[in-house]
Design a protein around this ligand. Structure first.
Ligand SMILES: *[C@@H]1O[C@H](CO)[C@@H](O)[C@H](O)[C@H]1NC(C)=O
Ligand SMILES: *[C@@H]1O[C@H](CO)[C@@H](O)[C@H](O)[C@H]1NC(C)=O
Ligand SMILES: *[C@@H]1O[C@H](CO)[C@@H](O)[C@H](O)[C@H]1NC(C)=O
Ligand SMILES: *[C@@H]1O[C@H](CO)[C@@H](O)[C@H](O)[C@H]1NC(C)=O
Ligand SMILES: *[C@@H]1O[C@H](CO)[C@@H](O)[C@H](O)[C@H]1NC(C)=O
Ligand SMILES: *[C@@H]1O[C@H](CO)[C@@H](O)[C@H](O)[C@H]1NC(C)=O
Ligand SMILES: *[C@@H]1O[C@H](CO)[C@@H](O)[C@H](O)[C@H]1NC(C)=O
Ligand SMILES: *[C@@H]1O[C@H](CO)[C@@H](O)[C@H](O)[C@H]1NC(C)=O
Ligand SMILES: *[C@@H]1O[C@H](CO)[C@@H](O)[C@H](O)[C@H]1NC(C)=O
Ligand SMILES: *[C@@H]1O[C@H](CO)[C@@H](O)[C@H](O)[C@H]1NC(C)=O
Ligand SMILES: *[C@@H]1O[C@H](CO)[C@@H](O)[C@H](O)[C@H]1NC(C)=O
Ligand SMILES: *[C@@H]1O[C@H](CO)[C@@H](O)[C@H](O)[C@H]1NC(C)=O
Length: 578
C-alpha cells in the first residue's frame, strides 16, 4: 500500500509505470506462441527419419510464462495426421476446452486447421511440459513449460546460476505410428524402443551417436537448476550424475521439502526440479549424467539401454569453451538394478510438500466420496477369424476396474457440455471392483476385461479419495497414473492388497506431496485425495503410452458450480470439429 501511495506522488509517467508493474504482477500478461506442426528430417543412430515436430524443432520450443500469465498458443497443423496438444499439468481452471486430449476435450486439429489454446497459469510455478495427445505422436512432439514465480517473488531455495531443461525421450529407428498400429492389428506387444534421449540426443553409448550427445557446460562452484522432464513413451527412468548430488526442490510444478540424493527416479509424465552444485575447484575430469529404466517386467520386453550426457567443466582462465577434453578422465554414475523397487520406494517416500506458510499443503481432511480402482493389464478375445499375438493367442488389453475405455468418435466434453451424452458415454464406470479377488495373489484364470465408454461423474467440489491397486493379472507392474485438470495429494502407499481397515490410519494428512502423476507401486497400492473444483471432463490414464493404448484410461465429468467463476467457459469458436 505504502508503495502504491508514494508512486502516486511521483510525476505521472513514473507513477503510471509503477502502477503498470503492479497491475502486471497482479494480473499477469498474455504470452503468444505459434506452434506449426510440421515434418522434419532428423538423423539419429546411423539413420535419417522423418518425424512430426513443432516448428521443425526436436524437442519442440520451450514455453515460458510467469505464474498469473495468460498463454495463447496458436497451433496450425501442416502434416497429414490429426493432431492435438496437451499442456501437461496446467490446471486449466474453467478452460477445459484447452486441455488437449483428443476425443476427450476436443476433436483433433485436422490437416490445414488451426486452433488457439488459451489458458491462464494459476497457482503453479516450476516445470511442466506439453506434448501431443493423440495416438503415439508424443514420441517426437513435446517440449518444456517453464513457469517462473511472479515478478519479485524469489524461489524458496538459493537462486541458481543457470536453469537448464533436461528432457528424457525415447527413440525408435522405425516409425512409431507403424509400430503402434501393427501391434494393435495383431494384438501383441509393440516393438520396444532403440534408445533413450536427453534433449533429443541419444549420446555416446549408442552406435553412430557420439556426435549427438547432450553436453552441460558448467563453471566450478556454481548451482544449476535442472528442470527434468520424463517424456519417454513407456519407461520409468533412474537418473544420476557421476560424482555429484541432486537436491530435489520441486515436482510437477509444486515445491517440495528439499532433499539430496545421488540417484532419482522419474516416471513418464513427471517433472522434477533439482539443484546441482558443481565442484568448487576445477576437477580435471568430465562426468556422465545417465538414465536407464526401472522395470519389473520380464527382461527383453523393455528397452534396457542407457542414455548418457556429459557434464563438462569450463576450465577457469581458458579463453573459450573448449570441446570435450578427451585427455581428462570420464567418470560414470552407478544406477540401481533395473527392477530395484526398494530404491524407488525409498525415493518416492522422501517426497513431501514444502508445507510452508507461503506454500501450504491444503490436503482435504474429510472425504465425500471414496473410490477403489484396480489398475492392471488383461486380455480381450481374438476376433473369430484370427489368432492374436497376445497371451495365449488373445489380444493385450488394460483396464481400470476391469473396464478398458473405448474413446468415442466425438469429444466427451462436447457431449457432456451440450447435455447430449446419450449414446456417447455412460456414467456407470464402477467405483470399486465388481468381482473382488486377491489383487496381488494368484490372478483369476479368466483375464478378459470389459470394454466400454463408461465414466464417473462428480458433483462440484466433491472431496475425493481414490485408492489405486495394482493387480498381478499378467504380472505386477508399476503404473504412472496421470490426472488431468488437478493436482492431488499422495496420502498413502503400500505393498500387497490395500487394507481399508488398517491402512487409512497410516495416511499422511499433514504434508504429503502434491502432484499430477503418481506411480501405482508394482504389486501395491497408492491413495490420493483431490477436490473436484474444476468443471469439465478430465482424463485419467496410465502414462505408459502402450497401456493407454490398451485402454488403461478413464474420465471424470465434473459438474459446474453455481457461481460464474465456477463454470466451464463456453467452447471457443475455433474449436475443431469431428
Ligand atoms: C526429408 O527428406 C526427404 C528425402 O530426402 C525429402 O523428400 C523431404 O522433403 C525432406 N523433408 C523435409 C521436411 O525436409
Ligand atoms: C518389430 O521388430 C521386428 C524384429 O526386429 C521387425 O521384424 C519388425 O519389422 C518390427 N515391426 C515394426 C512395425 O517396426
Ligand atoms: C552397434 O553395432 C554393432 C554392429 O552392428 C552391434 O553388434 C552392437 O550391438 C551395436 N551396439 C549398440 C549399442 O547398438
Ligand atoms: C568420482 O567418484 C569415483 C567413485 O566414487 C572416485 O573414485 C573418483 O575419484 C571421483 N572423481 C572425482 C574427480 O571426484
Ligand atoms: C538387455 O536385454 C537383452 C535382451 O534381454 C540382454 O541380452 C542384455 O544383456 C540386456 N542388457 C543389459 C545391460 O542388461
Ligand atoms: C531382479 O531381476 C533379477 C534378474 O532378472 C532377479 O534375479 C531378481 O530376483 C529380481 N529382483 C526382484 C526384486 O524382482
Ligand atoms: C477378420 O475379419 C475382420 C472383419 O471382417 C477383417 O477386417 C480382418 O481383415 C479379418 N482378419 C483376417 C486375418 O482375416
Ligand atoms: C495360458 O494358458 C496356460 C495353459 O492353458 C495357462 O497355464 C496360463 O495361465 C495361460 N496364460 C494366460 C496369460 O492366460
Ligand atoms: C493373496 O495372495 C498372497 C500372495 O499369494 C497371499 O500371501 C495372501 O495370503 C492372499 N490373501 C488372501 C486374503 O487370500
Ligand atoms: C484356475 O483354474 C484351475 C483349473 O481349472 C483351478 O484349479 C483354479 O482354482 C483356478 N484358479 C482361480 C484363481 O480361479
Ligand atoms: C472382467 O470383465 C470380463 C468381461 O465382462 C469378465 O469376463 C471378467 O470375469 C471380469 N473380470 C473381473 C475380475 O471382474
Ligand atoms: C482425423 O479426425 C477426424 C475427426 O475425428 C476423422 O474423421 C479422420 O478420420 C481423422 N483422420 C485421420 C488421418 O486419422
Amino acid at each position: 500500500m505504502a508503495m502504491a501511495i508514494s508512486s502516486l506522488l511521483r510525476p505521472w509517467p513514473l507513477a503510471m509505470a509503477t502502477m503498470m508493474v503492479l497491475i502486471i504482477q497482479a494480473q499477469g500478461i498474455t504470452r503468444h506462441y505459434d506452434f506449426n506442426v510440421q515434418m522434419a528430417n532428423v538423423t539419429r543412430l546411423c539413420g535419417t527419419k522423418s518425424i512430426v515436430t513443432v516448428n521443425g524443432q526436436f524437442p519442440g520450443p520451450e514455453l515460458i510464462a510467469r505464474e498469473g500469465d495468460r498463454v495463447h498458443v496458436r497451433v496450425t497443423n501442416h502434416v497429414a495426421h490429426n493432431m492435438s496438444i496437451h499442456w501437461h499439468g496446467i490446471r486449466q481452471l474453467t478452460t477445459g476446452w484447452a486441455d488437449g486430449p483428443a476425443y476427450v476435450t476436443q476433436c483433433p486439429i485436422q490437416t490445414g486447421q488451426t486452433y488457439v489454446y488459451k489458458f491462464t497459469v494459476t497457482g503453479q510455478r516450476g516445470t511442466l511440459w506439453w506434448h501431443a495427445h493423440i495416438s503415439w505422436f508424443r514420441a517426437t512432439v513435446y517440449g518444456a513449460i517453464v513457469i517462473l514465480p511472479k515478478l519479485g517473488v524469489p524461489y524458496p531455495f538459493p537462486a541458481p546460476h543457470e536453469e537448464v531443461p533436461v528432457i528424457f525421450g525415447e527413440w525408435w529407428a522405425a516409425d512409431t505410428e507403424d509400430i503402434m498400429s501393427k501391434a494393435l492389428k495383431v494384438g501383441g506387444a509393440p516393438n520396444i524402443s532403440d534408445a533413450y534421449t536427453i534433449n533429443g540426443l541419444p549420446g555416446p553409448l549408442y552406435n553412430c551417436s557420439a556426435k549427438d550427445t547432450f553436453k552441460l557446460k558448467v563453471t566450478p562452484g556454481k548451482t544449476y537448476l535442472l528442470r527434468l522432464i520424463n517424456a519417454a513413451l513407456n519407461d520409468e527412468l533412474f537418473f544420476s550424475v557421476a560424482n555429484h548430488t541432486l537436491t530435489v526442490v520441486e515436482v510437477d510444478a509444486v515445491y517440495v521439502k528439499p532433499f539430496t540424493v545421488k540417484t532419482l527416479v522419474i516416471s513418464p509424465a513427471m517433472t522434477t526440479n533439482v539443484l546441482l552444485t558443481t565442484s568448487p575447484v576445477y576437477p580435471n575430469a568430465n562426468f556422465y549424467m545417465a538414465a536407464a529404466p526401472y522395470s519389473v517386467i520380464r527382461p527383453g520386453t523393455y528397452d534396457n539401454t542407457t542414455v548418457a550426457g556429459i557434464l563438462e567443466y569450463h576450465k577457469p582462465g581458458s579463453p573459450s569453451t573448449p570441446g570435450l577434453d578427451k585427455t581428462l578422465p570420464l567418470f560414470k554414475p552407478t544406477l540401481p538394478f533395473f527392477n530395484d523397487t526398494k530404491f524407488v520406494t525409498s525415493f518416492t517416500t522422501k517426497l513431501l510438500s514444502l508445507a510452508s506458510k507461503q506454500y501450504p499443503a491444503a490436503v482435504a481432511q474429510s472425504v465425500d466420496r471414496r473410490f477403489f480402482f484396480t489398475i492392471g493389464l488383461g486380455t480381450l478375445p481374438s476376433p473369430k477369424n484370427m489368432t492374436c499375438q497376445g497371451p495365449n493367442g488373445t489380444q493385450f488389453a488394460a483396464a481400470v476396474n476391469n473396464v478398458s475405455l473405448v474413446l468415442p468418435s466425438m469429444a466427451l466434453l462436447q457431449s457432456h457440455f451440450t447435455g447430449l451424452s446419450r449414446g456417447v458415454y455412460a456414467s456407470n464406470s464402477p467405483a470399486m471392483p465388481l468381482s473382488p479377488f486377491n489383487y496381488t495373489g494368484t490372478p483369476p484364470n479368466n483375464t478378459h476385461v470389459a470394454t466400454g465408454t463408461r465414466l464417473l461423474s462428480l458433483p462440484y467440489t466433491t472431496s475425493v479419495e481414490l485408492v489405486m491397486q495394482d493387480t498381478s493379472v499378467l504380472g505386477i507392474e508399476s503404473h504412472p497414473l496421470h490426472l488431468h485438470g488437478y493436482n492431488f495429494f499422495v496420502v498413502g502407499q503400500g505393498f500387497g492388497n490395500y487394507d481399508p481397515t488398517n491402512d487409512p490410519a497410516k495416511f499422511n494428512l499433514v504434508g504429503p506431496v502434491e502432484r499430477n502423476t503418481v506411480g501405482v507401486p508394482a504389486g501395491g497400492w497408492v491413495a490420493i485425495r483431490f477436490l473436484a473444483d474444476n468443471p469439465s471432463v478430465w482424463f485419467m490414464h496410465c502414462h505408459l503410452e502402450v497401456h493407454t493404448t490398451w485402454g488403461l484410461r478413464m474420465a471424470w465429468p465434473v459438474q459446474t458450480g453455481p457461481k460464474p467463476n465456477e463454470k466451464l467457459l463456453p467452447p471457443p469458436s475455433d474449436m475443431p470439429k469431428c
